[in-house]
Structures are given as C-alpha cells and as structure tokens.
Design a protein. Sequence first.
Length: 408
Amino acid sequence: MNMSRSIIIAVLFLIAELPLSAQTETYNDPCGVPDSSALSEIMTASGNWGYGYDTLLYDLSEWEKNPFVTVDSAGSSVQGRTLFVMTIQDTTADTLHLRQRIWIHARTHPGEVQGTWVTNEMIKYLLADNDTANTLRRRYVFNIMPMYNPDGVEIGLDRENANGIDIEGNWNAGLPEKEVVVLRGQFQKFMAQPNPMKIMLNMHSAYACKRYFVYHALGGTSQLYTLKEQRFINYIRSNFLEGFEPFTYYISWVNGTALQYPESWCWLNHKEKIMAMTYEDGNCISASDFGWTARAIVRGIDRYLQDTTSVLSVVASAIVPDQFLLNQNYPNPFNPTTVITYQLSIESDVIVKVYDMLGREIAVLVNGREQAGTHSVAFNASAYSSGVYFYRLISGGHAEVKTMHYVK
Ligand SMILES: [Zn+2]
C-alpha cells in the first residue's frame, strides 16, 4: 500500500466517523424504490407478501387471549377494513396513569412486510411469560396498529392504499386519506392523555436491505432532538451492534416536506417530547433476525425511557452539526495570532464572532455567505489582554462555541 492510498483510506474513515456533517443528501423516500419484477415474484409466491389481513385477524384473536391485551377498532380503511389497535399493559398494577406510552404502527407500505415481522416479534416479546415482559408491561402502555394499510395489502399494491395514494406522505393533503385521518386521530387522542406518547415508531423496510432508523437532520429539528435521536438509536444498537446501521440515514424536513409525514406531525406539534422515528428493516430475501431485532428495539426503548440523565451531558461530545463543523483554533494557546477553521457541508450564511470572558463581543471575523468546503480565518488578539476568549460560529439557525487561550 503506498502513502497516497493509505491517506485516502484514512480520509474515508474520517468521513465514516462524521455522518452528520459529511452527508447532506435529503431522502424523502427512505424506503427506496422497489424492483417491481422481484416484488411481484414474492407477492405471487406467497400472497400478500406472506402476511395478509386474514392472517392479522387470526393473530389478533390469538393475542387477545393474553390477559394483558385488548384489541380495539380505531376506524376503517377506504374499503371498510378495520384498523385495529392492540393495547398491551399490566392493568393489575395501580400506576396506569403514569405509564409511559409507546405507539407503534406497521405496514403503511404493503410490500414492506419485514416491518410487520419485526412488529409481531415485538408483540411476542411483550407477551412472554417472564420477568422482562412483566416489567415492561408494568412500566409502559403499548398501543400497536399492526396493519395501517390493509386495503393495499389485500389488493396487492406495493405502497399505496385503495385510492392509489401513498399514505405515508399524505399528511399535508387538503383532504387526507381515510387511513391518515384515523392515525392522526389516534395521535391526537393519545397526546391528550395524562400519559401521552413518548415514543412513536413507524415500521417499514427498505430496498437498501439494511436495518436503520430514519434519523431526522438537525436542519429540520433541533440540536436537542438530534442528541435524543442519537441516544435512542445508540441504545437500540447496543443490543445488536452488527445488525443496525449507525445514524447515517436521515431525512431533512426542509423544502416544504415538514407537514407530510407522521414523524413531522409529532415534531411540529410536540417537539422533543416524542421520539418519533421510522424504522426500516431490510426489504430483501436475506432479511432475517426479526426476533433479535425486535428484542433490541424493545430493550433499547426501555433503556431510553428509563435513562433520566441529561441527554446533553451524556452525548455532548458527539455533537456534530449537519451544516458545519467548527474546529479547535490553532495554535492554542496563542500569541498574538491564531487560526480558526471550519467546514460547511452546504453553501451557507456564516457568522464567526469572538467574545471575551464576560460575553462581550470583541470581533466579527466572518459575516457573509460562503461556499461549501473548508474555510479558515485568522484572529489577532494583540489589542486585548491575556485570557480566555470564545469564538462562535452561527449558521443555518444553529451555533457552536469553542474556547481559546491568549497568553502574552
Ligand atoms: Zn416504507
């Protein structure tokens, strides 16, 4: 291996370690585009991709025999099929009103049956006769809609409902589809409870044939939400590290897409109070480990909801904003000149200012629009006294501050 090749590998490694700053793509369709010929083969071979509405009815009748399960109708689809919601909790405990609420729905896209397999495995995990399941049923109330798009499943559509509409991205329609009205009604109902939804999981599967959560970029949410997402995904991954991708797949709620999706409904109405995520299992023949995946998700959710430490203190070191990366000045300490470098992932308005120990602004180093790429700016402190100074970069509604030491 020659030197240039090892440098290239090192650079690739660095990019892999900086998913937020390095990736600026906006995926509005995280499930990807199916290969229709392969899909029709699977559909024909197994019917309804191996799990139809009748199978759901049978499973619900079996699950309902468990004393911790109730099954209700939330409404109906365009063709009149019931949209079932099952509730799992231990109603014999006396803390019902304190239970943290977890919402899960699956099968928005009928062809993404792997999301259903994982959801069904989560249900089995929660209904088991063991100490873990007992604890989970006392701590939480699970509301699960296993099949959000039964018409599409029965008709054999890959992504649409009976009206030919993709109900995943229909939330901003003037007259939304019947299924969307039902699901939104569930969200509204449960958010009005004394114990509102803390988690909203939207179960899909992706043609990328990988397991991942659709991570929402900082530009469309907030720094705190970004940190919470990272914690959430990391807690789940910690149970199945080789299975889940790290938080490298994300959607940016910009360019008018913010109103389209169930997750963004949660964000717009309830901000950081709900961890709302789409999960994508692998939509491929080699997809497997549904039970292990389900276990990892449930255990990760539990750890996330039980962890009461400040999300900021735990993962502050992991902060890497989407739009820019602010580096430590060099040299530091310095006398009297130092250089501040930063990277922009997209063309942005940038302000870099220097403040003294008391927070007084003493210099504006950058104020204008800059191209994507690496930038540097010098700061000369000869007019000031020795001590600690702060430099702050503001771009895209977000800011980062670092400290520097001037030693005469
Ligand atoms: Zn999907």
